[in-house]
Design a protein. Structure first.
Length: 87
């Protein structure tokens, strides 16, 4: 079925673009122009993306994020050795 009649874009084409990483209506528009002319298909594209056309990203564990941020901050606070210390 056609999603965008202005450019002849089908549901399958939107799904294919979503599978390759276009996960927002703007990204779909960039991939195939759907939604860039009259705009009447934008809600259809949003509905397709909301129905699993785009794989959902798994939420990251907050503990892992906190540990990574703490490690990065600690690494950034270590001073570089001076020329005399390096020699």
């Amino acid at each position: 079925m056609y999603v965008c009649s202005c450019f002849g874009i089908t549901e399958q084409q939107v799904r294919e673009h979503a599978e390759t990483g276009a996960c927002t209506p703007r990204q779909i528009a960039g991939a195939c122009k759907a939604g860039t002319d009259c705009g009447s298909c934008v809600r259809k594209i949003q509905a397709l993306l909301g129905r699993g056309a785009c794989p959902r990203r798994e939420a990251l564990d907050p503990v892992v994020l906190t540990t990574a941020a703490t490690t990065a901050a600690a690494a950034a606070s270590v001073p570089e050795p001076t020329a005399a210390e390096a020699a």
